[in-house]
Design a binder for this molecule. Sequence first.
Ligand SMILES: *Cc1c(COP(=O)(O)O)cnc(C)c1O
Length: 385
Amino acid sequence: MEKFENRVFMSSPTMHGDEQKYIKEAFDTNWIAPLGTNVDAFEKDMAEFIGCDGATALSSGTAAIHLAVKLAGIEADDTVFCSDLTFAATVNPISYEGGNAVFIDAERDTWNMDPAALRKAFQKYDDNVHEDGKLYKKPKAVIVANLYGTPAKLEEIRDICNEYDTVLIEDAAESLGATYKGMQTGRFGVYNAISFNGNKIITTSGGGMLLSDDTEALKKAKFWATQAREDLPYYYHKEIGYNYRMSNIIAGIGRGQLLHLDQHCKKKREIYDNYKEGFRDLPLSMNPFETCSMPNFWLSCILLDRGCKTTPDEIRRKLESYNVESRLIWRPMHMQPVYESNDFIASGDEYVGKDIFERGLCLPSDLKMTEDIQNSVIEIIKTMF
Ligand SMILES: *Cc1c(COP(=O)(O)O)cnc(C)c1O
């Protein structure tokens, strides 16, 4: 087989033309600013689609998580429980506020936060000083990520949070369009974050959205996102603000993309099913999901069986030699130098997230990948076994 002339991507932007119509509208009306009709309409469309009472359009998904963390009242030394197997953007906003992230291991069924480990964490962080002389403050929030577009065990996690009277923040950055028990992800938390970064299921080049049923909280988020400027004729600041609003041009791209979300999800599912069929006889499995959920299949991933004669990185290098992009699974947060000293809680002796990281690989799942190209990718991978 020959090297591909055009690189085969994991997930690259796919535009359709509708985006340009809304951008043109912004130009024609000279609303080239972080406000305007596209911003308003995109917020409304997103809130309606997800089923939340409101939405605030922001410059990134990370900004959405940051403002969610602030709305949850996280301050210096506050405890926050957070998914361990995820991208650093899920957890960094806790650090922006000086909070103390405690990482919760993943489970096998969805690769997301393990409810049993979460329960264990709640029992440990009981507001008491323990034998080591440290105070184990109760968490103010839990941040759960839906990895690769697969919903976590959202209901169970939400119930545990309610039981302990703790705010749930859903990092649905990767899972727009995925459902859990018939409901869209991005509405299970008190505050929810979506990302429109260049590689996500729909993209605006960069951008994010904060969603909630608490419209007062969203007003506050909007205030922080526009430099915390008091409503006065002069500039007057009682709080630290940010420049986090989404521009009207970017929101135009988002409106156009949202029209094609369904189509994107369908195509991603075809890619997933095709891999699954192609790998039928190999000692590996695909990224799993619960039958009560419908992922958006943003990225197709494989998990090699134990004792496989090849490794994820060997497969990655092989694909690279054909100009095909792939990537190892997120390296768990408790294994990151920057979070080395943070606490990490697993439900048993085995660390599930670490195991998935060591045996897993994200495959090219690009919307523009033809079936022929995908079949060639499958053939390349087959030669490794
Ligand atoms: C992409 C992503 C984010 C951050 O979104 P940005 O828009 O890139 O800031 C947060 N969490 C997860 C899990 C992500 O994949």
